[in-house]
Design a protein around this ligand. Structure first.
Ligand code: NAD
Ligand code: UDP
Length: 338
């Protein structure tokens, strides 16, 4: 298939692009680099051993998108483009709603106009809100999100569901990612947050690199085995393979399907710190701090539906995730900036 990756220069998309090419697909990228660097695309091309056609454009720009669809015959689209920082979304709600909703609406209208009706969307486990029970299954009622970023994902899921209800020729897979971490085993591409990272693994790697003093563990009084928050961490390369499987699935089915991409196993913050120290032989100084508002005790997937429908499951271990995250960070102390 010839597949368009919106937000294609980003963390998850670059890894997905490599897996798509490995599986024999063709890929085209569109990104406006609002949260990524052209260097990521150069490194992707180096790893792929071939040029990857890429456009610099805003996915909400109707004319630009129309031109991209006119110049290419796409079989499917994976829609990664979006702003993703939870805390920032609380302070800049309009920017988040505008960007994440507008990109999706413009993309779908352009797809419709060009007769492309297969879409895989980057949703998030955040749409489950505060869960009553874990593991999380796709048929569980989502009670509401705790921040504007989460609401954009929730709203886009509803929009895409409506598109499928209205036109039975559409095939949409809503992938609810759990916590992607790690990097390609080459250490050439990886997660490159701007400023001080919000997420646990990039924070840990920056402490290991000496860029940050210590980790603050956000609370140790949660209802979990060691009191720290439990999450379902998934290696980004496993996640990337999940997209290849989702594209194959979308090619053979119509309608809208929600699918979790997680491992089904939860690890606590201290599990991650301990594994990182053991695997990489580095020390991560930490202090126990207060809880972060909006955080839940435990969040992990029931991955049964992905196994059944996509014939996919995560294969990499927590040790792989810690090793690969550190390889990327230590080889690129300032990310793609050198
Ligand atoms: P990322 O920021 O690395 O990638 C997103 C890419 O989209 C960036 O390259 C950015 O420049 C681009 N982009 C944003 N708005 C755009 C626009 N208007 N036009 C063109 N390009 C635009 O983030 P990521 O971690 O790779 O996440 C990819 C997707 O997965 C996002 O939609 C994110 O919300 C979702 N997601 C991520 C996580 C996670 O923990 N990383 C978890 C769940 C869901
Ligand atoms: N966390 C932490 N210190 C940090 C960042 C995160 O203790 O500096 C904890 C957080 O409370 C949660 C887990 O690590 O229990 C994962 O947080 P992250 O922000 O990576 O993902 P999310 O909150 O989206 O699950």
């Amino acid at each position: 298939m010839n597949i368009l990756l919106t937000g294609g220069a980003g963390y998850i998309a670059t890894h997905t692009c490599l897996e798509l090419l490995k599986a024999g697909h063709r890929a085209v990228i569109v990104d406006n680099y609002v949260n990524s660097q052209p260097e990521a695309v150069s490194r992707l091309e180096e790893l792929a051993g071939q040029p990857v056609p890429h456009y610099v454009a805003d996915v909400a720009d109707r004319e630009a998108m129309d031109r991209i669809f006119s110049e290419n015959a796409f079989d499917a689209v994976i829609h990664f483009a979006g702003l993703k920082a939870v805390g920032e979304s609380v302070h800049q709600p309009l920017r988040y709603y505008r960007n994440n909703l507008d990109t999706t609406l413009t993309l779908c209208e352009t797809m419709q106009a060009h007769g492309v009706r297969r879409l895989v969307f980057s949703s998030s486990a955040t749409v489950y809100g505060v869960p009553d029970e874990v593991p999380l299954r796709e048929d569980m009622f989502c009670k509401g999100c705790t921040n504007p970023y989460g609401w954009t994902k929730y709203m886009i899921e509803k929009i895409l569901g409506g598109v499928c209800d209205a036109d039975p020729e559409w095939s949409v897979v809503l992938l609810r990612y759990f916590n992607p971490i790690g990097a390609h085993e080459s250490g050439r591409i990886g997660e490159d947050p701007q400023g001080i990272p919000n997420n646990l693994m990039p924070f840990i790697t920056q402490v290991a690199a000496g860029r940050l003093d210590h980790l603050s563990v956000f609370g140790n009084d949660y209802d979990t085995p060691d009191g720290t928050g439990v999450r379902d961490y998934i290696h980004v390369v496993d996640l990337a393979r999940g997209h290849v499987a989702a594209c194959d699935y979308a090619a053979g089915h119509a309608g809208c399907e929600i699918i979790n991409l997680g491992t089904g196993v939860g690890y606590s913050v201290l599990d991650i710190v301990n594994a990182f120290e053991r695997v990489n032989g580095v020390k991560i100084p930490y202090v126990i701090g207060p809880r972060r508002p909006g955080d839940v005790d435990a969040c992990y997937a029931d991955p049964a539906k992905a196994r059944a429908l996509l014939h996919w499951e995560a294969e990499k271990t927590l040790d792989d995730m810690c090793r690969d995250a550190w390889r990327w960070q230590s080889a690129n102390p300032r990310g793609y900036r050198g």
